[in-house]
Design a protein around this ligand. Structure first.
Ligand SMILES: [Zn+2]
Length: 497
């Protein structure tokens, strides 16, 4: 059995509690003593606080490990989810870039590393996050809300998403005499499930990410300065309450024993320690491929039927998201419109799913959306037929919009007909297949039936996606409605890594 990749991920965030600095030091040294390179996801403000409290020793200990960003200010309001919910996609990208760049700058300056990943504070994230974090040089979104399959990363909105799978923290309340045995038994069960999935899928096993909040080994609770939307000035920040010393000692003893056992697993070839940077190197995408005509026509034929699912497809050896498929078909038809012939090569464009479709409850699952422009008297789109040259014109426009915006358009108009991207993709594919088969320009083609929702948006984790009451820091009334709709639309950009 192949060894299971294991990442230890430490949320390093308690800038309000000076006593937590020693907890960060203890964990960084404990991992180092076992020869383990962990990842410390450090809040920008935490790195600055360590410097400003004179804790050069802690910074030096952390710098031996991989460094990721755990956001610039963690719980201070507004957190990324709170401001992203108020902004258009482009505004959100700009706000995230300016808000998070200081953390990247200070982590580089104080810890000597470009952070490899962005780790969400609590449940504060939006679809803009993986996209904009990648632009800041952080290709991995860790502690992500989704992944493709257990321990298998997902490409989503331009970032590589991987969840947290287990933790040290869940064993804080376990009685001292039982903790180590319980941790070992649970970890063995998790390893077994990864091997089982690997055998069933005929693939290498998925990874395990085990996290902790080092501060919580010393503190009895998280700081509560920003709970439920509170945002006091800096001078009023209070430290977290501390654990009794004996409690801390017992936790450290058991966690140290667990890490010693992990080293045995490594020696026995059952696990292999890794870090986020290695993961992103392993899954880095090559330059976008160009596809030859038979591959494009095969793709078009698959998409041209009623209710063809919008899902990742393997085309000429490359896995393409629904957005990428849209880009390919629209580009090929756009070239056909200009040159009069289907092109010899078609580029893949790594497009986002539709952005800014969300305002006004128009997201996927919001009911019948695409159809005819206007009401009454307009033809029923479900029975519509459209002239081939009209589709070519619309495809040229959609292809241009895709290139300019880097995203699939939310709506494509053909005369009085307004189609969502899913229905237009099937129609464009049908026209492409028709022309590739020698069909005439001078006919009308029926619009295939089907929805605009990528199949993934119907999966449980997207259907059940909520923000309200998911993190004690959010204001109680925070719903994140725009974020939910944006996430469902960005399933267009999703595919397995
Ligand atoms: Zn955190």
């Amino acid at each position: 059995m192949e060894p299971i990749p294991l990442i230890f991920s430490c949320d390093t965030e308690d800038y309000e509690t000076p006593a937590s600095d020693d907890a960060e030091l203890l964990w960084a040294q404990m991992f180092a003593r076992h020869g383990i390179r962990a990842c410390f996801c450090v809040v920008g403000e935490e790195a600055r606080a360590l410097r400003d409290r004179g804790r050069r020793d802690v910074l030096a200990a952390l710098a031996q490990h991989e460094i990721a960003s755990h956001s610039n200010m963690h719980s201070a309001h507004p957190t990324p989810a709170e401001y992203l919910d108020e902004l258009s996609w482009d505004e959100g990208v700009q706000r995230f870039l300016t808000g998070e760049a200081p953390a990247v700058r200070d982590l580089r300056e104080l810890l000597g590393q470009q952070p490899s990943a962005w780790c969400k504070p609590g449940n504060s994230w939006g679809s803009v996050v993986p996209y904009a974090a990648a632009l800041l040089g952080m290709p991995v979104f860790c502690d992500a809300p989704f992944e493709w399959a257990p321990g298998r990363p997902m490409w989503f909105a331009g970032g590589l998403l991987l969840k947290y799978h287990t933790s040290f923290d869940r064993y804080f309340p376990t009685p001292d005499g039982e903790r180590f045995e319980q941790m070992r038994a649970d970890f063995e069960a998790l390893l077994a499930s990864r091997w089982e999935e690997a055998e069933r899928d005929g693939r290498a096993p998925g990874a395990i990410v085990m996290y902790t909040h080092p501060c919580r080994t010393f503190t009895a609770a998280f700081p509560s300065n920003f709970t439920a939307g509170k945002n006091p000035p800096r001078a009023e920040w209070q430290p977290a309450p501390l654990r009794p010393r004996a409690e801390t000692d017992a936790l450290v003893r058991d966690f140290d024993a667990f890490l010693r056992w992990i080293v045995e697993l490594r020696v026995n070839g059952r696990i292999v320690l890794t870090i986020y940077r290695e993961l992103s190197d392993e899954f880095r995408q090559p330059p976008a491929p160009w596809l030859n005509p038979p591959a494009v026509v095969d793709l078009a034929r698959e998409l041209a039927v009623d209710d063809a699912p919008l899902e990742p497809r393997v085309v000429a050896g490359a896995t393409l998201s629904p957005s990428e498929q849209f880009g390919v078909i629209a580009w090929a038809l756009a070239r056909r419109a200009v040159s009069g012939a289907l092109p010899n090569e078609v580029p893949v464009r790594r497009l986002l799913g539709p952005v800014d479709a969300a305002t006004g409850g128009q997201g996927p699952g919001a009911g019948e959306r695409s159809g005819t422009v206007g009401r009454g008297g307009a033809p029923d789109s479900a029975k519509s037929v459209v002239a081939v040259d009209e589709v070519l014109g619309a495809a040229a426009k959609a292809s241009e919009t895709s290139s300019i915006e880097g995203a699939v358009p939310v709506q494509i108009t053909l005369g009085r007909l307004a189609l969502g991207p899913g229905r237009f993709l099937r129609l464009a594919a049908r026209v492409l297949a028709h022309l590739a088969g020698g069909g005439s320009l001078d006919v009308r083609i029926a619009v295939p039936a089907g929805s605009d929702d990528a199949g993934l948006s119907n999966h449980d984790d997207f259907q059940r996606l909520r923000f309200q009451n998911t993190w004690s820091i959010f204001p109680p009334e925070f719903e994140g409605r725009r974020l939910i709709e944006q996430a469902r639309w960005q399933t267009w950009s999703a595919k397995p890594a």
